[in-house]
Design a protein around this ligand. Structure first.
Ligand code: SF4
Length: 94
């Protein structure tokens, strides 16, 4: 996917997480709960309700999802999540 510099990487990440949360079938806990917690977590950091360091906890959660989710959907959430957090952390926080 290609985005120009006018796009908010926070909004793109939120859109990804809304998609994964919606599409999760709910069969396994890492994906069902993990998708919801990642989405709630970035929203909380953006609103200042959680410290920026909370993103590191969310990265650990996404790593757990990668190895513990039952199928490719839950296992792939960490790919866009880590890419955006690692490369556009400031945009997610501020
Ligand atoms: S990882 Fe797959 S099986 Fe597990 S809840 Fe997500 S979509 Fe369902």
């Amino acid at each position: 996917m290609i985005f120009n510099s006018s796009r908010s990487m926070y909004n793109i990440l939120r859109d990804y997480l809304e998609f994964f949360t919606e599409e999760s079938c709910g069969q396994c806990t890492p994906c069902r709960v993990g998708c919801q917690q990642l989405l709630k977590g970035i929203e909380a950091v953006k609103k200042g309700q959680k410290a920026p360091g909370y993103l590191n906890d969310l990265k650990k959660l996404s790593a757990t999802m990668k190895i513990a989710a039952k199928c490719g959907l839950g296992q792939s959430v960490s790919n866009p999540f880590n890419s955006i957090i690692d490369n556009f952390r400031e945009e997610v926080i501020y």
